[in-house]
Design a protein around this ligand. Structure first.
Ligand SMILES: Nc1ncnc2c1ncn2[C@@H]1O[C@H](COP(=O)(O)OP(=O)(O)OP(=O)(O)O)[C@@H](O)[C@H]1O
Ligand SMILES: [Mg+2]
Length: 459
């Protein structure tokens, strides 16, 4: 019959430890007030019965179909003993729920299976938000209590060999499918454990996707392709969740296959398709505070790896100087993202990062370094209707006195008649000729000026 004969007796203390926090947290039943208590009691009984017959240490190695069959069997037996009936649909939901709690991430499982969800934000056990179609929505998903949520967080971080406890209450991790996870627990998080998941779900968007969503015009995509091929160094700026990493991934796809690319990230999110890619990821210090490898260490190291291009997931601090130097000397065509609200601010942020990491150059020298390194800034933004657009393509056009000169080549002009719920507008070439027009032409781009005659793709 069921699994009991195959996987025999309970795993002793293991069996006892596993269920502690995983009971309750009803998703399917939680919506039907009076039913909640009955369902929780039933789950408790099913759990107890399972622990008498199943070795949980071996459970995850088993075929999911067998697990479902066994769960169904145990539920039916429990109900029979109690003399209760349950509908087929309720039983299915109960089996699913218990399976998720035993093997997966409990109440988060249904969210993780919904591909339209891009972010999952858990603010304590009773408050779970998701981002869907660019909008934040509160769900009725809940965890039973803090402990239940902690079991799930523990499961996520221990899968990647990290740990979370009072001594190290903040963790960044990556899930099996590449999704990025951050967890913060009390005492730092005041209202219970918090979990933020940026999902990728194995899907990586391409420029064709961005074009399909009206995030930029076809001419802008052509321009960007030529810019990458012409080895212009590109900085992608934008606010949080504005689509910087997605744009970086799309631009990286334009790097020719015969070049050696080294990527440096704090949490590896990029998925480059080229054959010759080396991926580096920084490492936090261990419990004794040792063994940290920063992005700066990685950027320095990668310079010794003969890269043709360096791709920095997000420039945040001390790596800025080495990165800029690499971009202006021999590794032109490198690409990075930066958290900043517009192109000019992104350059000031670079300057600020240099200052904060202890470079005591004259301001002019720092700006010269930046102007020599960065050619193009792509400004992405999440608009109030949830859409992401490229608001501006600006280039660095040298220095005048102490000031870095910038000029816009393309911009998104919002239509006046649009509403906050649905923003419309057009992408316009500004008509300004790029200072790199000759290089861009060699890379196959007609010219910024002739492109200026084309129709801006609507949005
Ligand atoms: N052009 C786009 N149109 C619609 N959705 C997009 C677009 N670009 C990115 N997204 C979605 O927006 C979310 C955030 O994207 P991404 O991770 O690239 O942003 P980010 O700016 O790098 O965020 P963070 O600041 O957290 O690093 C992802 O779920 C992604 O799938
Ligand atoms: Mg990012």
């Amino acid at each position: 019959m069921g699994l009991s004969s195959r996987i025999s007796r309970p795993g002793g203390e293991r069996g006892a430890a596993a269920p502690a926090g995983v009971l309750g947290g009803s998703l399917a039943f939680g919506r039907r007030g009076g039913f909640v208590e009955a369902s929780r009691r039933l789950k408790l009984q099913v759990h107890n019965r399972l622990f008498e017959t199943v070795d949980f240490a071996k459970l995850s190695a088993l075929d999911p179909e067998r697990i479902v069959a066994h769960l169904t069997e145990v539920i039916d037996e429990t109900l029979k003993d109690e003399g209760k009936l349950i509908t087929e649909a309720d039983r299915g939901a109960l089996v699913e729920e218990i399976k998720n709690e035993l093997l997966g991430l409990g109440p988060l499982e249904p969210l993780l299976h919904d591909d339209s969800i891009t972010d999952i934000l858990v603010n304590g056990p009773g408050c779970v938000y998701v981002e869907k179609g660019g909008k934040l929505l509160r769900t009725d998903v809940r965890f039973h209590d803090d402990q239940h949520l902690m079991v799930v967080i523990d499961r996520i971080v221990s899968q990647v060999g990290r740990r979370i406890d009072e001594a190290s209450p903040m963790v960044d991790a990556r899930m099996g499918d590449g999704s990025r996870v951050n967890a913060v627990i009390p005492p730092l998080a005041l209202d219970g454990p918090c979990l933020s998941i940026r999902r990728f779900g194995g899907r990586r968007y391409t420029m064709a996707d961005l074009l399909g969503w009206g995030s930029l015009s076809a001419e802008m995509a052509d321009f960007l392709r030529a810019a990458v091929r012409a080895r212009l160094s590109v900085l992608i700026c934008g606010g949080t969740g504005s689509g910087k990493t997605t744009m970086l991934n799309c631009l990286s796809a334009y790097v020719p296959d015969d070049e050696r690319i080294v990527t440096v990230e704090d949490s590896a999110e990029l998925a480059l398709q080229q054959p010759h890619v080396v991926r580096l990821e920084s490492r936090p210090p261990n419990l004794e505070g040792r063994g940290e490898v920063t992005q700066r260490d990685l950027v320095r190291n990668c310079l010794r790896m003969r890269p043709d291009r360096i791709i920095v997931g997000e420039v945040r601090g001390a790596e800025v100087f080495d990165m800029l130097q690499a971009m202006s000397t021999g590794h032109e065509g490198s690409i990075a993202t930066i958290h900043a609200n517009n192109p000019r601010e992104s350059l000031s942020r670079l300057e600020m990062m240099m200052l904060l990491s202890g470079f005591s150059f004259a301001q002019r020298a720092m700006r010269q370094q930046i102007a020599a390194a960065i050619d193009l800034v792509v400004h992405v933004s999440r608009l109030s209707d949830g859409s992401r657009r490229v608001l501006r393509l600006s280039e660095v056009a040298g220095m005048e006195g102490e000031t870095i000169m910038m000029q816009d080549l393309f911009e998104f002009v919002r239509a006046r008649n649009g509403s906050a719920a649905e923003i419309t507008g057009v992408f316009h070439p500004t008509g300004v000729q790029s200072v790199h027009a000759a290089r861009l032409a060699l890379a196959g781009y007609a010219s910024a000026r002739s492109a200026a005659r084309g129709p801006g793709a609507g949005a």
